[in-house]
Design a protein around this ligand. Sequence first.
Ligand SMILES: Cc1ncc(COP(=O)(O)O)c(C=O)c1O
Length: 418
Amino acid sequence: MTKLDQIRAAEARLLLSTYDRSPVLFVGGHGVHIFDENGTKYLDLLSGIGVNALGYNHPAITKTIAEQSQKLIHTSNLFYHEGQAELALRLTERSGLDRAFFANTGTEAWEGALKLARAHAGVLRSEGKTIGTKFLALEQSFHGRTFGAMSTTYKDKYREPFAPVVPGVEFVKLNDIADLRTKFSNEVCAILVEAIQGEGGIRPLTQEFFAEARALASSTGALLIVDEIQAGMGRTGKWFAYQHYGIQPDITTLAKPIAGGIPLGAVLCTEEVARSIHPGMHGTTFGGGPLACSVAIAVIDAIEKQGLLANATAVGDYFQQQLRSLAKRHEAIVDVRGKGLMVAAELDSAELGKLTVAEMLKRHILINCTSDTVLRFLPPFILERAHVDTAIKVLDEIFSEYAVSQGAAASAGGHQRG
Ligand SMILES: Cc1ncc(COP(=O)(O)O)c(C=O)c1O
């Protein structure tokens, strides 16, 4: 029995069955590569689902962890430490927002954002304004797995087994301005969007839809909340994906790459929103601890020092360009889209999506498929053109082999029928 087999057997006995893992045991990594227990090197175009922004074993992260872990790992939020204000300064300067709250994960940051919106609406009501408690979320959205986040997440499969979900959420068709206008009223306390939907299939908001959401929210005092958990912190070539649109939210949420692999989430908001929160209303034991904050500061500084926003733009554009030329040779690719290093190739079948992920893994490249048919690439921000070339070559092989197998199956079918 291999070590992987032993672990698989033990997990099958001991863990809740929440994931259908791929059969590979990872033990280390360097740069954009991750290594299995046999020393086989994989090109990682998924980066732990958009987390490992600086790849593996980046000295800025390992050095900061080593130093900070010897100084102070945890204090609780009952006392001060050196990291939170310094990190909040970096995030507020880059986001155009005023204040931060630190959590541990994406879903938890999102819960904080929802609570802020409800509290803010309460303050407005106490000041005599007419504003309700309803949330407008978008079809195909994904905001997390806790109750509030799950209730604002579109797909039934995430919500139905746990019904009843949190009431007061209505879903608007993505980029459908008429639907947004119909469903918006002064019953709404916040409109919830991802500037570029991640799990939903790398689907960007249109400029017009995003602008309308901003205008409607502003017209009543409702909030525009932008979930940047997957798209934020530089992945799209700007610190925040909403910055591509020139639209400023009232609240945004961050997690995934913010601390390069150490769990950390953040809620950022305006001064206007911040006035609705007072000590005791919200909190966390672990969130914003000294270790996570120091690593996040190091990650932001490394992104800047290494010019990784510009790299995400340049290598991301190259990636899309190469995928588009691949699409000319393979009609199974029906669309290529994304921004920076948040890239998608939509295929014409779910079967091919699944097969491509499995074949890429066999050929030592990690990607995933979301929304059934969308190949999703969320590589580390340090990706280079040569890595893109490697991936494109392998995708070309896989699609060519698939086309041959489909052709053979069709002609075998034809012979049988004949
Ligand atoms: C846009 C978005 N929001 C929220 C989440 C939830 O984050 P977490 O898994 O850290 O709770 C995710 C995770 O994929 C996400 O992509």
